[in-house]
Design a protein around this ligand. Structure first.
Ligand code: PLP
Length: 418
C-alpha cells in the first residue's frame, strides 16, 4: 500500500509538474476546463475497481448495488438538466458516444452529412480516416465563403441533392449559434434523422445561455469535460425514449464493454454542479470573456496588424482568431502565446490557404479561465495580452509577467498536492 510518491516517483513527478503547469499557464484551449475537487475525488476512487457490464438493475456482474445507485443518479441528473426523457451516461468519451449514435441510427454504407472538418466539424462527423468516414458515405456541408457561417438555405439545397440518412449539427470550432429548428425542418423534408453533437456548447445549454438542441434533435451527444467542466467522458441524451433500446444496445454491447464507474460517479457530481446557480453565473462569465476577446481582436490596431476574428465575433465560449492577413501563421501564434504563458491551439480558419498542420488561426476558449474565477476585468487584461502578442514585435517578458500576475491572483487547486 505504498503511496504513488513512494512506489513510482517518476509518475508522481509527472503529476506534480502537470499541476504546476496548470497553475502557471493560462489555459485557453477551448475544449479544456478544470474539474472541481469533488469530481477529482469521485474519479480517483475505488469505483475504478468495479466491473458493471449492463445497465442499472440489469448487470452481468454481481456486487453492482452501489454503482447502480451512482449510475441511476447520473442518468436522472442528465435528463433533468437537458429536459430529456432518455440519457446514457456510459460512453467513455465523446468519440465513443458518437460511434454509438451512428450505430444506433444507420447501417454501414448509409449516408451522413455533417460540417466538414476543415470548416470546424469533428473527426467523428465523417473525416476520411475516422470510423465515420470509413463506414459511411459522407457528404459534408461547409460554411458560406463570404459570411463564414452555416447558411441554412445552402444546407437545405445540399441535403435535397444528397438525401442523407443522418444530418449532423454541431462543431468543434465554430463561433456562432446553430439554427436547430431549421436543421429539424431540413431533416424532416429529406427524411433524415437529426443528430446534434453539443460536445462544445453543452455547458452553455445547461445554463440556459445557448439554444437547446434537445427538443429538435432525434438524438444529442456530448462530452462532459468541455464547457460542462466534468470528467473526460461522453454522454447521449434524447428528448424521448423512441431510440432508447437501440442507443443503449449500441453503447453496450455494441461499442463498449464495462463502463468506467468511477468516471460515471464523477459525471453525476459534475451534472449536479451544472444544475446550480454558481454554474450559471460561471457560464455567463465564459460568454462575457469570449465577447471581450473578440472585441479586442477586432479593434482598429489589431485589424491594422493583420489580426481578425472569424465572423467578426462570437456567440459562444470560443473565438477563432483569423491570421490570414498576419505575418504570423497559426503554428507561430500558438508558439508565441505559449512563450507568453497562454495555452491555445492553432486551428484552420474557413477556406484556410495554409496546410492543416500550420493553419492561419488560433482557437481561444474562455471556459477554463472562468472556472478559475476570471471575470470581465481579467478577461480584458488577457485579451490585451493576446492582442499585443499577435500584433507582433511585443516585449515577450513583459507579457509573460502580466500573465504570471493573473495566474498568481487566481490560485488553482490550493493546497492540493498530487
Ligand atoms: N464531438 C465534438 C464536437 C468534439 O469537439 C469532440 C472533441 O474534441 C468530440 C466529439 C470527441 O470527444 P473525445 O475527445 O472525448 O472523444
Amino acid at each position: 500500500n505504498a503511496t504513488l510518491q513512494d512506489f513510482d516517483p517518476e509518475i508522481a513527478q509527472v503529476l506534480d509538474r502537470e499541476l504546476d503547469r496548470q497553475r502557471h499557464y493560462l489555459e485557453m484551449i477551448a475544449s479544456e476546463n478544470f474539474v472541481p475537487r469533488s469530481v477529482l475525488q469521485a474519479q480517483g476512487s475505488v469505483l475504478t475497481n468495479k466491473y458493471a457490464e449492463g445497465y442499472p438493475g440489469r448487470r452481468y456482474y454481481g456486487g453492482c448495488e452501489e454503482v447502480d445507485v451512482a449510475e441511476s443518479i447520473a442518468i436522472e441528473r442528465a435528463k433533468a438538466l437537458f429536459g430529456a426523457e432518455y440519457a446514457n451516461v456510459q460512453p467513455h468519451s465523446g468519440a465513443t458516444a458518437n460511434a454509438a449514435v451512428l450505430h444506433a441510427l444507420i447501417n454501414a454504407g448509409d449516408k451522413i452529412m455533417g460540417l466538414s472538418l476543415a470548416h470546424g466539424g469533428h473527426l467523428t462527423h465523417g473525416m476520411k480516416l475516422n470510423f465515420s468516414g470509413k463506414l459511411y458515405d459522407v457528404a459534408a456541408y461547409g460554411l458560406d465563403e463570404q459570411t463564414h457561417r452555416i447558411e441554412m438555405e445552402q444546407v437545405r439545397e445540399q441535403a435535397l441533392a444528397e438525401r442523407p440518412d443522418v444530418i449532423i449539427a454541431g462543431w468543434s470550432a465554430y463561433p456562432r449559434h446553430i439554427d436547430f429548428a431549421a436543421f429539424r425542418a431540413i431533416a424532416d423534408e429529406v427524411g433524415a434523422k437529426l443528430w446534434t453533437d453539443m460536445a462544445h456548447f453543452a455547458g452553455l445549454v445547461a445554463a440556459g445561455l445557448h439554444p437547446s438542441p434537445v427538443p429538435h434533435s432525434d438524438v444529442v451527444s456530448t462530452t462532459i469535460h468541455k464547457t460542462i467542466g466534468g470528467p473526460r467522458s461522453g454522454m447521449i441524451v434524447a428528448r424521448d425514449t423512441v431510440l432508447a433500446k437501440k442507443l443503449n444496445s449500441a453503447v453496450f454491447p455494441g461499442q463498449q464493454g464495462g463502463p468506467l464507474m468511477h468516471v460515471i460517479a464523477a459525471k453525476a457530481v459534475a451534472l449536479k454542479a451544472a444544475a446550480g446557480d454558481e454554474f450559471k453565473e460561471r457560464q455567463a462569465r465564459v460568454l462575457e470573456g469570449a465577447r471581450i476577446i473578440a472585441e479586442r481582436l477586432t479593434s482598429p490596431d489589431a485589424i491594422e496588424a493583420g489580426v481578425n476574428v472569424v465572423t467578426g465575433g462570437t456567440d459562444v465560449h470560443l473565438v477563432l482568431a483569423d491570421l490570414r492577413n498576419s505575418p504570423l501563421d497559426g503554428q507561430q501564434a500558438e508558439d508565441l502565446l505559449h512563450e507568453v504563458g497562454i495555452t491555445v491551439n492553432r486551428n484552420a480558419v474557413p477556406f484556410d490557404p495554409r496546410p492543416p498542420m500550420v493553419t492561419s488561426g488560433v482557437r481561444i476558449g474562455t471556459a477554463a479561465l472562468a472556472s478559475r474565477g476570471f471575470g470581465a476585468e481579467e478577461f480584458t487584461e488577457v485579451a490585451d495580452v493576446i492582442a499585443t502578442a499577435l500584433k507582433g514585435g511585443a516585449d515577450v517578458d513583459a507579457l509573460r509577467a502580466r500573465v504570471a500576475k493573473l495566474a498568481d491572483e487566481f490560485p488553482l487547486y490550493e493546497g492540493l498536492a498530487q
